[in-house]
Design a protein. Sequence first.
Length: 231
Amino acid sequence: MGNEPQRRVLRNTALFKVPVILLALTAAALIWSVVRANVPHSARDSWPWKLALLDVQSATTATTVTAGLIFARAQYASAVRPMIGWVGYVVEVRELSESLAWMVRLVNGAGAAAQIHDPKYRVLLRNGDPRTGVRVTSSAWMTRDEAVVVLGTVGLVEGEHYALRVLGPSFPLSNSSQKNGILALFTGRAMAEIEEVLIQVDATDQVGDTHRRVVHCLQAAVRVPASPSLD
């Protein structure tokens, strides 16, 4: 999977789809009212011209208000849309088997907080197919527990050689709490066995839209840590 940019994967139904449907209905009513107003009076006593929905002025007002609502919603959604990214660097640790580890941290560059949902994982191991030297362990996204099982097949122990942080439902992430966005830690022993760990992160903003980013944990990792990096 390539290093794809953040993308929106779900819109809030009540705050987006409903206003769009209302705009379509009011626009249809406006068109009907304009056409009906230009039909001769003698024809308005027969169907379908006898059907009166709204007068032209009311239909115009309803359409304008609904369009304004959609525009205002779009502006606000743009203002609160998260800017999800990640950084990686070498840190000193005490809880793992080695004193230095590669840390991957999630960041949100937007001013508004976003809610992070349970991440999904893909693991690529270095040892496997003798022809390529790389084995895609799973083509499907896994839960954290499933990823731990896969990494255990090459002798890696969670909490000793690496750590995948548990993020509960609706975990808040803002640009004022970036230190809380730690996703994973990998020792040199772990990175010797792992080619890449992909973490799929879904973030819901304050208008209910969901955005997705795939984090490449070991894309530029220092696989043989010698000293802590500058954060």
